[in-house]
Ligand binder design. Sequence first.
Ligand code: IYR
Length: 227
Amino acid sequence: MEDYILVEGFKHIRHQQQSFLEKEMIERTKSLYNWMDKRRSVRHFSNKDIPIEVIENIIKTASTAPSGAHKQPWTFCVIKSANIKKKIREAAEEEERKSYESRMSDVWLNDLKPLGTNPDKAFLEIAPYLIVVFKRPFEYGESGEKHQNYYVNESVGLACGFLISAIHHAGLVTLTHTPSPMRFLEKILKRPDNERAFLLLPVGYEAEKAYVPDLNRKSLEKVMQIY
Ligand code: IYR
């Protein structure tokens, strides 16, 4: 027999979150932290293929994120085609060159120096998959009227966090690439006019010899305030 209540005429089903003993909870949270702390934004990819089922599972995980009024205002475009990856790389590098040469301030360029980034985006062609995340600021109703979505940036940002965690959980690597402006992605992928490019993530195995900047994370004392 199904267990439910009605709230203003809408069905609310019974939910029972699995919980753990305190000792177990401490172990689990420690172990997740240790694993997540190993995640790095990686720019050196292997071109080794990965099963599409892995990509599907990763995207299903991202799509479990909470969203404003449960509108799920996102679309994840998966690119495997070498031809489309090449188009994306060429367009991204063109924008990036302009950014690095004139659009970014000296302070910004200086802040990026430790990361060693530059307008060359070879990873866009090397990684076996690119995931381009689109946000959907509004939806079209039955008769073509527009319905705004809510907290779109927050919702899609959360889904991207879930996506990045799922990629790391699979033992794969990614980085959050934000070529700016990103309108070229809407054009190349022929997206509908209610979608705006939000983030581009190459996904794949790490290259055999990969390097990342030697960075430290802020200490707990710096990022947490207890009241
Ligand atoms: N979008 C550029 C520049 C860039 C900006 C930030 I803020 C970074 O953390 C890293 C890169 C690029 O992808 O190179």
